[in-house]
Every structure is written in C-alpha cells, then in structure tokens.
Design a protein around this ligand. Structure first.
Ligand code: GLU
Length: 400
C-alpha cells in the first residue's frame, strides 16, 4: 500500500503542486514509524520534536475542557482568553504591544506561516528566505504562487544571518522576507544589530518581515535576542511574528501556534483560516492557555536539559574529525557537515548516508537535502541522554 501523500499515481494533480514536494522532515517520521511497526528498535534523532511529555497542568486543563463539553466551534481567530494570553506573553517578554485584533491562533506554527503566505504573497512576488532552512517555508511560498529567493548562510560563519545578503537579494518584486530564529536546522540566532540593519534597509519599502520564533524559548547561550522589539521600533507596521506552543511546552501533537500582525493582516490570515481549518481545536486552545498562563518552570527545566544534551553531543562530534560541526545557540538540532564520509563509490550523498544509517544502524536522522544543504545531516538532540549515547555508539560502529 502506498503512503498517503505519495504523488506517484498517474492522476493529474493541480499545477500548483508541480514545484512542491511533500515535507521531507515529516517523511523521516513516517520511515521510523514503519520500522517500529516491524519491531525494529530505532533511535529517532530525526523528528524535530520534544521528547518530554506535555506538562501535567496542561493535560489537566485539556481534560477539564473535555469534561466541561468545551468541544464545539470557537471563534476562528481563537478564544479571547488565549489571544489575550499570547499578546501578554509578547508584551512581557519583548515589550511589544499587540491588541487582540492582531492575534490569530492557528493549528501549529506551520499554519500561521501558511496563512501569512496565502494572505500576503502571490504570483509575481518574490519572497526571500534563508537556507539551510526549514523546508515548509519555501514550499508555502510556492503554494502561494510566489517565487522563493534563497539566501545561503555558511557553516564556516556559524550559519550567521546577516543583513547584507538579504538586502542584496531585494528586487522591485520583493514582497517579503521570512526569517527563522533560532533557525531549524542550524540553531543560528540572528543578532539584534543585524536585524536592525536589515529593518533599517527596508524602511519605506513595501516589504513584509515575517519572523518565525517557533524556538524562541530554546536559546542556550547568553545572547541578546529581543528581535521582536528591534522590529517594533523600526518596522512595526510591516512585521508579522509567528510562535507556537509545540516546542516550548512539548505540545507538537496538539497543534497550536499563533501569529501577531497589524490588524488588517491578522484579518486576512483569519479569512484564509476560516476557509480551511476554521480554528485550532477547542480543547487544544484551553491547553495552550494553561501552558502560557501556568507555571513556567517546566520550560526552564527542559531548556537546561537540552543545553546539557547539546554540549554532550557537540563534544562527541567535535572529537571525530569526520564530522565538521558548528555550535548552535538555539533550537535542538546539530547540523554537521558529513561530506568527509561520502565518496563516489560508497555513500555518494548525505541522503544515501541517512538511508544506510537507518537501515544498518537503526538510527534516524534527517538528510541535509531536506534543508537545501546536501552534504549535511540534522541530528535532533530532543531525545533522552541514554538514547543519544546509544545512537552515538551505533553511529561509531556503523562508520567503523
Ligand atoms: N519542525 C519539525 C522538524 O523540522 C517537525 C516536522 C515538520 O513539521 O516539518 O522536524
């Protein structure tokens, strides 16, 4: 039986899909699940999701929502209490003041970005983003009928996001710039001065800056990162912020994200959403409300654990000259260059490497090809330390 989402059938699909491929990050999830169904003991460093359980007080709020029959439609943009909580979170954390008319709750950060792409971009527009980068950003730009323009960041520079290359990529057709910081898969955090330079360079231009902050609570080093405020001071009427409960609160499966934007853009995003998913699940919205307004110690505990794991895996990779890796400041990925391990008569590409590693060593990672960066692999360290240790043992045995 073919996987759902396969487009190999001789059926003619809409032209819209000619340039779009299925999410490669999600394909790793599917491959792992298939092997596990066959009883194979796979260590999954592929999926970009927290291994921690959703905090208890969040689950309790969801159970209460079900018990109270809070199981019907809500307003498309989300329940008011959650929109208020989101606005408060950004006001307290970053000093930016959004009215609830500028807040839309979505089914995950991914839907927030999708709504924005559909509401702001269209045929003839260019939208700049950075690679290596999360594949859905480029594909959503394609789905909106616009043309993605890729700015490449360099491993030798720690995948630093600098203003200059973005400004150089601007043309009269540029309609938006999408920045993901901390970035998936590189973990790079854009610096405040670089974002300020970019925003200043965009002044007086009809260009939107979409800031994807999905990993905002997972920054490990003491680096100033009040990016929303940098934009608030310079480009508030051209900025859209995106966030999610998925990563901070270990809630990936609940599907809850949000966007903050000028009211007219939020309204446009809500139009898109009103004709697709309608709204995020009512129960999830109550859970997300508990996450945002409840105790935040769980976020810190998870962050501390991720930091320790990052440092451990980084030291293992650093000790093996075949991997060239940069130190990520945030998110929960390491993105080593594995080209030393590739050869024309063996594993030719990082995708071959990833396939062989899964088949022979039962360790799942994501190929750099998924992020427009062949020659690299992405290892998620959102897995318990003993599994990370065992994965590294298996990788060493596989390479030995
Ligand atoms: N954001 C995660 C990742 O990069 C989840 C997969 C996806 O939705 O793309 O692995």
């Amino acid at each position: 039986m073919s996987e759902v989402g396969s487009v190999s059938d001789p059926i003619r699909l809409a032209h819209r899909l000619d340039q779009v491929c299925a999410s490669q990050t999600q394909q790793v999830l599917v491959a792992v699940e298939q092997l596990r169904r066959q009883g194979v003991d796979v260590i999954d460093l592929g999926a970009g999701e927290p291994d921690f359980p959703t905090p208890d007080h969040v689950k309790t709020a969801a159970a209460a929502a079900i018990r109270d029959n809070f199981t019907k439609y809500t307003a498309g943009a989300g329940i008011m209490a959650l929109r208020e909580a989101i606005a408060r979170h950004y006001a307290e954390r970053y000093g930016v003041t959004y009215d609830t008319s500028g807040v839309v709750v979505t089914a995950g950060g991914k839907q927030a970005l999708y709504n924005i792409a559909m509401a702001l971009f269209g045929p003839g527009d260019e939208v700049i983003t950075h690679v290596p980068g999360w594949p859905s950003i480029v594909e959503q730009i394609h789905l909106a009928g616009a043309d993605p323009v890729r700015v490449r960041t360099a491993a030798e520079e720690g995948f630093e996001l600098r203003a200059e290359p973005f400004l150089e990529a601007v043309t009269p057709r540029t309609r938006g710039i999408v920045i993901n910081s901390p970035g998936n898969p590189t973990g790079a955090v854009m610096s405040e001065p670089e974002l300020a330079r970019l925003a200043d360079g965009l002044a007086e231009r009809d260009i939107w800056l979409v800031l994807d902050l999905c990993y905002e609570q997972l920054i490990y080093d003491d680096t100033p990162h009040n990016l929303p405020h940098v934009l608030w001071d310079r480009l508030a009427d051209r900025t859209v912020l995106v966030g999610t409960a998925s990563k901070s609160y270990a809630m990936t499966g609940w599907r809850c994200g949000w966007l903050l934007a000028p009211a007219a853009v939020a309204a446009g995003c809500n139009v898109v959403q009103s004709h697709s998913t309608s709204h995020a699940t009512s129960i999830t919205q109550r859970a997300a409300l508990a996450a945002l307004t409840g105790p935040q110690a769980c976020v810190e505990t998870m962050r501390d654990e991720y930091r320790a794991r990052r440092d451990a895996v980084l030291s293992w990779l650093d000790g093996d000259a075949r991997f060239r890796v940069t130190r990520p400041a945030g998110a929960f990925y390491l993105f080593p260059d594995v080209s030393e391990l590739l050869s024309p008569d063996g594993m030719r590409t990082s995708a071959d490497f990833v396939q062989a590693l899964l088949r022979d060593a039962h360790v799942a990672v994501t190929p750099g090809e998924a992020f427009d960066a062949p020659g690299f692999i992405r290892l998620s360290y959102a897995a318990p330390m003993d599994q990370l240790r065992e994965a590294w043992r298996r990788i060493q045995r596989f390479l030995g």
